[in-house]
Design a protein around this ligand. Structure first.
Ligand SMILES: [Zn+2]
Length: 133
C-alpha cells in the first residue's frame, strides 16, 4: 500500500529538516504546510503509527521505511508523468494529472509502465526517477 500525496508532503518537510541535520518540530511542520498545530500533531502521530517517522530527543525523523515509501510514490509520479508527456500532454498539466492516480496505481503496474517507457532515468522535469531498492 503506497502512501498518499498528503503523507508525502509531511514526509518531505520532515526530511528537509533531517537533511540539515536536525529533527523536525510539530510547530515547524505546521508552519511550512500552512496547517494548524493540531492537525500537524494528528498527522505526525498517524505517520508514527505507520512506522514512517520516529521521535528522537531533538525532534521528528523520517525512518528508513518512510524513505522507501517516499521514493516509491515519487517514482510512480515521475513514471506516470513521463508517460503522459510522451503522449503529448504539457509537462505541468502532466504533473497535476499524475497526482490524481500516482498513489493509487499498484506497484507492478508502475513497473510495467517503466519497462514500456524504456526504463527512463529522468522525468520530464529532468528530475531523477528514484529506484525503490
Ligand atoms: Zn510532477
Amino acid at each position: 500500500m503506497k502512501i498518499s500525496n498528503r503523507e508525502l508532503s509531511y514526509l518531505l518537510i520532515i526530511k528537509e529538516a533531517n537533511d540539515k541535520g536536525c529533527g523536525a518540530t510539530i510547530f515547524g511542520v505546521a508552519k511550512s504546510l500552512g496547517v494548524s498545530t493540531a492537525s500537524a500533531y494528528e498527522e505526525i502521530n498517524h505517520l508514527m503509527r505507520k512506522g514512517l517517522v520516529e521521535r528522537r530527543s531533538d525532534g521528528i525523523y523520517v525512518t528508513e521505511k518512510g524513505i522507501r515509501e517516499m521514493n516509491s510514490l515519487i517514482r510512480a509520479h515521475r513514471i506516470i508523468e513521463t508517460l503522459l508527456v510522451r503522449a503529448g500532454i504539457d509537462p505541468d498539466r502532466a504533473c497535476e494529472l499524475a497526482k490524481m492516480f500516482d498513489e493509487a496505481l499498484p506497484e507492478e503496474v508502475v513497473e510495467k509502465l517503466y519497462e514500456y517507457l524504456g526504463k527512463p532515468d529522468k522525468c520530464p522535469h529532468n528530475k531523477e526517477i528514484p529506484s525503490t531498492q
